[in-house]
Design a protein around this ligand. Sequence first.
Ligand SMILES: [Ca+2]
Ligand SMILES: [Ca+2]
Ligand SMILES: [Ca+2]
Length: 358
Amino acid sequence: MPTNLIINGTFSAGSTGWSGTDLETNHRETAYLRNGSSNRVAEMDGRSGQTTVMEQSFSVSGDGEIGGTFNIDSALRNASLGQAGQEGFTVEILDSSGGSVGSMTVLPTTNSYSTYSMDVLFPSAGTYTLRMTELGPNNSLGAIIDNVEMLVCFCDGTLISTPEGPRPVESLRVGDTVTTQDGPMQLRWIGRRKVAAPDRAENPKLHPVRIAAGALGNGLPTRDLRVSRQHRMLCQNKTVSNMFGAASVLVAAIRLVGLPGITLDEDPGEVCYYHLALDDHQVIYAEDAPTESFRITRTSLASLTDEGREELLTLFPDLCDTNGPARRDAAYIPPRPRQKSLIRRMVKNRKAVVATAA
Ligand SMILES: [Ca+2]
Ligand SMILES: [Ca+2]
Ligand SMILES: [Ca+2]
């Protein structure tokens, strides 16, 4: 779920979190709209002769470019309706050296609220400032504002097990050590693919699979986990050993959809998929649930962004030699029909995906 980085964007705590010039954050809505509402709002024109500026800094964390959405509700106060189209304010999102990463002009035309939004792409993690500046006749009558939000998706911060304890996936760097079924191993490459909400709406195959906490059995995963459809999870139960003569096999997350607590996540919004590559295909742990590291094949290379694929091929031609001898898989990967019949039998036998401790 996205995080709102703005403090007191509802003005319920007056001017807390806000700085600037000529702030007017101490009135209830009814003072401007005569509607009896005790909701707290701010006005983007405190006094005549002073230009109202409202600012708030916030910090954005993450890896590479980070996408977000800015929202604000605004309406003209009754007394400003004569200046519709002139009274309003500008919104700017500034980086730490004052460069703009996003701006828009808000000029409400009625005394009922509209939500004004803009997408913001932060080029990197850091401190940014939201600045709103009064526009129009400087007459102490202006646009009123409420529900200011800077929503950023931190990609759920999926926790990956490492020898130092669980770490959010976006904080991992090449060379860091993660826990695998075969012990600690260094990350060789990290890929990241962001899927924007409109792309998901157009291609439902980009929706993630949501695995609710505990849905795999044995309390796993320990928190809700979202993975791409083709990402494989380790299945480890009696049905697996009966069918395959192995303690565990890897099954694509999409095959698990329909089991209690495992659904296709069709909520709108951006999602971000991470690929963690080690020297070998390994079982790693996401929210403590056993899952696979990035498996390098022609198909998986094709699923990467162009930049990601090029980087991987350039940096690690050895990892990417799909013509060379077959690489060892972390566990047997049954063909698709066998995965389907495994899940059917597991349901019939009432076996959890991870029935025995991983
Ligand atoms: Ca409010
Ligand atoms: Ca003013
Ligand atoms: Ca004004």
